[in-house]
Design a protein around this ligand. Structure first.
Ligand code: HEC
Length: 152
């Protein structure tokens, strides 16, 4: 029985893996990679946001864990914006990113610095002390999206 289960799981995994990457170009893989990161970042930012807006009660260890995850993930974003990864219709990344690469990279760098600062602060702070650093981080989302992300 156990052996059967193991074999079934392995077969399912193999099928999932081969289907997933069967017809993807490197550009599509890069788009999928950055989308995945943004989704996980977003999940954790929303959880912190609920605490900041007092829709959820403040749990300092949960907040610290969310902040730490974001700080860990953000530095992985730059490699997802590969030079050839602008495909109309499949990405909301504007071509302006590649025209103003230095400015875009500076925004990603600020995002990384701000997320690291929040994670450090979150180790030992009250919600009141954390709020300005959290707002700074949220400001990074908007300031980059306004310029470099196409409207849905
Ligand atoms: C330096 C620029 C930049 C910053 C900072 C940034 N984003 Fe984005 N974000 C983008 C771009 C560009 C896209 C479009 C990516 C694509 O479609 O390929 C995007 C897309 C997304 C998506 C949609 C992903 C998808 O599957 O379509 C989510 C969710 C997201 N960002 C959340 C956030 C949150 C939350 C923050 C702040 C905590 C943030 N982003 C900060 C540039 C940024």
């Amino acid at each position: 029985m156990t052996r059967f289960l193991v074999l079934t799981v392995l077969a399912l995994l193999a099928a999932a893996c081969s289907r997933e990457h069967a017809h993807e170009t490197p550009a599509e893989q890069a788009i999928e990679y950055r989308h995945s990161l943004y989704h996980v970042i977003s999940w954790n930012v929303h959880a912190m946001n609920d605490m900041v807006e007092q829709k959820a009660s403040f749990d300092s260890s949960k907040f610290a864990r969310n902040a730490e995850r974001v700080a860990y993930l953000v530095p992985m974003l730059p490699e997802g914006f590969t030079p050839d990864s602008y495909l109309a219709g499949k990405t909301d990344a504007k071509p302006e990113i590649w025209k103003n690469r230095e400015d875009f990279d500076a925004k990603l760098k600020k995002f990384a610095t701000d997320s690291a600062a929040l994670a450090e602060l979150a180790k030992n702070s009250t919600l009141e002390q954390l709020t300005p650093a959290f707002k700074e981080l949220k400001g990074d989302c908007k300031s980059c999206h306004d310029k470099y992300r196409a409207e849905d």
